[in-house]
Structures are given as structure tokens and as C-alpha cells.
Design a protein around this ligand. Sequence first.
Ligand SMILES: [Fe+2]
Ligand SMILES: [Fe+2]
Length: 173
Amino acid sequence: MSDIQELRRRARQHMEEGAVTSAYTADRETVIRILNEVLATETVCTLRYRNHYFMARGIHATGVEEEFLEHANQEQQHADMVAKRICELGGTPNLNPEGLAQRSHAQYGEGETLEEMIREDLVAERIAIATYSEIIRWLANEDPTTRRMMEELLATEEEHADDMAKLLSRVAS
Ligand SMILES: [Fe+2]
Ligand SMILES: [Fe+2]
């Protein structure tokens, strides 16, 4: 009983910190910093896919342009999820265009041809998969909510990579 009362007291004590309770054991500042890098990555991926969507129109791109647009929208959803989580942790989502490319793990590659665009996207997805996997391992059991979110992102990036690999074999052949 006293344990429950003690837990309630401590939860109230730090109420101004929102969803973060004293049971939170991860290094919060580091988690926020890492999530801001993920936010930059997702934002750069959104911009790159949108560029590819608009540029692919006109090239023999029926079916491909829709795929680019769908991915662009999903990367935007990822960015929003990450920004929301940063706020829940008491941080500030860094959406400053200055330094965006430097904070991002993946690159903004435009590509001249449809094949080059798809290759740029595939490389970026593979980078995201590698770094997100590392983040998930690092978070371990310290912050299950952030980890679950990152696992959801990772699953989508794996689908994206698979989509791009399939498109590449179609376009390149
Ligand atoms: Fe994403
Ligand atoms: Fe992706």
C-alpha cells in the first residue's frame, strides 16, 4: 500500500515533466538528442521522396511516382511521431532547416534518372535501417515507449527498402 502511495506521490511531484516519471531510467538528454537526429533523417527522407515524386512525373514512371509519394507521406508521419515523442520527453523538436542535412543520418540525393532516384532511396533506407536497429539495441528496456516507436519505424523502413529493391530490378532490367 505504501509503495503505491509513494509511487503516486513521486508521479505528482514531477507532473510538470509530463509523461516522464522517475521510473524512466534512460539518459533523457541523450534520447532527445538521438530522436532529433531521427527527426532530421525522416524530414530529409520526406523531402527526397517528394523531389523524386515530382521529378519522376513525365519519365516512364507510372506506378513509380505513386510509390515515391506514398513513401514521402509515410516519412512525414514518422517525423510527426518522433516530434511528438520528443515533446513527451520534455525536449524541443529541432526542425531548423539550418544544419538539417548534417543532423540527418541519410542523405538528400536527387538523382538524374529514375534508376538513380531509386538507388538514392534504397541507400537512404538501408542507412535508416542500420542506425534505427542500433538505437533500438541501445534503448534496450530503458525506454519501452520510444523503443516501440523506433521498432515501428524500422518495420516500415524495411518495407520501403524492399519496395525500392523491387522497383530497381524492374527499372534496371
Ligand atoms: Fe521513415
Ligand atoms: Fe523509409
